[in-house]
Design a protein. Sequence first.
Lengths: 429, 785
Amino acid sequence: MTTDPSAKRRAIPLGHFRVRLCREGAYYLGVCAFVLLGSILRDVNLLLVVACMMIGPFVLNGLAALAILRRLRLARMWPRSVESGYPWAAHYLIDNHSGRTAAWTLQIEDQLVSASTGRSWPVSAQRAYVPSRQSVDLPFTGPPLPRGLFRGGPLHVRTRFPFGLLAASAQAITSSSKVATSPSASSSPTTAACDLIVTPRLGQLGSQWTSWLQRAERTGRTGGNRNGRSEGEFHSMRDWRFGDPRKWIHWRTTARRNRLTVREWEVAQSHDLVVLLDLTRRGPSPAATVGDAEIERLISFTATVIARQCVRGGTRIGLGIAGQSVDWIVGSASPLVQDELLRRLAVAEPTPISTLPPLLSRLAGQIPADALVLLVAASEPSWPAGELPRLALQSVYVPVLSNEFATIFSLPNDATAPTPTALEARSIP
Amino acid sequence: MTIERGLQMSVALVAALGACLLSMEQQTTALALIVSVGAAASVYVTDMRGWVDLPRTFSNLVALVALVLTLAQITRIGDGSDLLALANLLVYLQVVLMFQKKAQRDYWQIIALSLLQVVVAAALNLSMLFGVLLGFYFFASLAAMVMLFLYRESRGAPAVPARVGGTPAGTDALATLPLANETAASTFGDDRQAAYSDCCWRVLTIGLQTLLITVFIFFALPRLRGDEELETSSGAIGTTGMSAEVTLDDLERVLENPETVMRVNLVDGKSGKPFEFLSEPYLHGTIVIDYHDNGHWRYQHDTTVQSLDEPPADTPYVRQDIVVEPGRHPFLFSIAPAYRVPNRTARPELGIEEFSHQVTIKDRERTEFPEAFAYSLTTTSLRSGVQDPYRAQPYRFSHSPDFEVCTEIDRDKFPQLCATAETVLSSASPGPRDRLTTCRQLEAHFLRSGEYKYTLGRSPDRRFEVDPIEDFVGNHKSGHCEYFASALALMLRSQGIPSRLVLGYKGGEYNEPGKYFIVRQLHAHAWVEAYLPKEEALAAGVPAKMARHGVWMRLDPTPAGNTPEWEMPGIAWLNSFNQWMDYSQVVWNQYVLGMNSDRQREAVYQPILDRVVHLGQQLLDPLAWESFLTSLAAQFGLSPDFVRKAMAWFVTAVVLIFVIGMGSVIQMIRYLHHRWRRSPHELSPEILQQIPYYLQFEALMRRVGFARLGHQTPLEWATAASRALADGGLSSELSHAPLQIVQAYYRVRYGHEWVDAPERARLLASVRELRHTLLRQRKKVAWPN
């Protein structure tokens, strides 16, 4: 039984009542007609009595089933957002207003309709018994869904009680605002009209992610004004590797060891983070296009990075999406902002033509000077000549789709993940 | 207890009751016993313990053998018992099914087989007990169907409360209810008791409602056949009562009908005191003399009706005050001979037939008495507490054509009857004998020989190829009074003695406080009158004045055991119960089995029509209203003049109320019509084609998060949208676009006007512009909550 009184208040009555003949009912009706016809033709009154006794349950089946539904109220208690690719738990609230009779064998048939593709996923749940004047929660496990916005389809309730000869069905008012959904912390204009937001699937960032990011930052950031400060505190000495800046070489130690040795700096953890997600379908080569799986991987990676950053907190985080529409949002890293950023990612759509330049134009002057900018894209972007040099210098391209990156970021049970190879961080030219 | 166990038990009960209903027709308890024991055993050994589980192949083989045996039985019988043989086959199949491990289909089959058995039984059975048992069967079937439904809903899916979705639309696999193979406790939790109660309450209420529906349909459904046709088709059962003619063998069973026919008060004509009867009175109805064929005594009423005479002046008489109950009475009844009451004017409609001296109504067409009909007669046959067995023949009988008829018998058709008469007479007195002795000896043969048995049912040993009287005397020797009287009459005719059958009533219940006899239909009786010529009448002690043309001597061969079957001396409550049962059977017989078009018209349609007409007349009768208002005014002390004035106001008020009522009805019809039109499919494809601008606008608003709410009209919604757009800084043209779109939509939807092409294009352009502004340019609009 539900304990949430507000949920009970949100339950709404049903409408559009229908009665349908079931297969068993058709057989029953056939036998009944046979007996009735025989009684009339042969003028046997006792047979007529039997036929009349058969008509009664048939008629009353429909009336009883309708009476059950007329006294029901229903609420769709879905979560505001769920994660893509996983089954999700939700429930329907059934409120039986009848003062005397219970509701039996209720079957709820619902649909999840993707707002973008129109594809639908059926959801059904059954309840054997709802006592009179009581409300019950009818839990169900939703199907794994792809990322996006979903609306609840027509919500039907059906019962064939007590004989299964006729099925009465009713439909909840189809407007999503009339079927209650579970309350959400906030809603954006793009997601207000939906019933369910499926956020990107979150993956795992391996332990090498931090060092990769440091290297990438060291190799990618060439702006002189950021040298030193962005490198953070001295951490340790190590052998030189290809790509290390020359200025990191600690000549005294090199001379002592007779090997090129560089200083390693610890990146300050309190840097603001800006993630720019480029959803252009253009691949590394002009002929290649990026598939849906790769796009989803990019988005999942972005969501994972955002989630990690928001869990850590203490900084500001920004998300720029260059997809079919250009979107930009920034805020302090927190679960609330994480929720909103993931919702933005939920509705992000790839674009055949890059919208990164408009995004960068929009971001001009809005990114903090010391923020770490991660550019998540299918391929290394070619920056427009002379445009936004500072932002370009701040950015680190994250090759999410590269094979070497597979050891850093992985999705659970991801068959489409690239084969891991040698890890290499490359800077944006 | 699991749902499945409940289903098994209820199905077994249905099977057992179905077999009981079938066995009632076959008048054997073996069938019911076998199925009942089998059903109970199957629940235990098959369903509960699993000890017996007939393989499908074996079951099919057994069913095949049963089919072959049944077909062989049908071929051998070759008469109306085919149906019963087929019903027995259903029983065999049912028993086989019960000892299998049952799936849903098996439960359905068992119930269906049981239903077919009941159908067969209903086609053949006629007793009221069948109806009672049918009621129990009906409730058991309802319970079984509910259990089967719950069982069926709970089968075929994993035991999880809900389905894990994920398949695209159209490949839905339903989840199970948490019922299958689980105890009710796990299904209903704490509500188990409430669930049981609710389920039982449902079955009970649906059962009672169904019975009401059954009664309504049964009596309202027009019948196709009338009295005559129905008698030939299903008249295998009847009730005791008076009829104009005698037809033996037409009824399988005759029931005691306690319906009151008349009340007879006997008063001594001289003293005026109640006449004390020491025996039972014989109330004459009619006389039949023509034995036609196959147990049929044909009645030919006398065309000459005379006025009633006064009793002989010097003969003491007893006055008989008779009140006949309302109903259909082909004759009037009296103790013969009947005379009018001296010094009193007789009812003018009364008369007496010339030949039979039967009291009758002069208007021969009048047989229906809507109200109680009372008449007074006198008789001279009551003396010293007994009724004289002789009745005077009013004219010279030996020269009458009826004489031949009264002695007519086809000896070839009645060899055993004639032989029996000869045997009886020769064994009683070998030598020559007079008519009186012959009559007495033959009467004694039926009364005292012990060979004959009185029964209201038709003998199972009846040979239908033989005349029923011949078969009665020579074969089964059991029957009711008409058999005995017919046999004696024909035996007398075989001996050359003119005889006739008298139909009437014998006895009655004497009401001590009222000093009258209550005569019921169950007192209907038949006896014999044998003609004695003058000489033999005189020898028998009949007064010479009475025996002038001979006399008719009453002979009653029916054994004394012809008391009603339900009378058990000393057990009053049982007698009362039996009497009620008997009466119920009569009602059942009349209003269920015997419901035909005529009876339906009399008992259902006509009373309803009469009441409606009467009510209408009362409502439209100004005098009735005036009388009502006058009496009402009198209670409040108002003058009649005030009432007359008020009457005008009253009529005006009635007219106003009528007009308002009609207006309300019209409004209600319009409202319902409107509600009906607002169904989800109200928009026809033609209209949908005409309003693309509105549909696009709706889609756009949904997309921007301002979908129309259920309680909003489109116009309210458009007004809110226009206001929000204007507040958002959109141009006046764009902010007014929603209103224009919805107004155009209204014209199409409710005004049945088509929007012309240029205007439609303009509206579509407005929608496009709105879309561009709101989606592409991302114009921020604060939509109202």
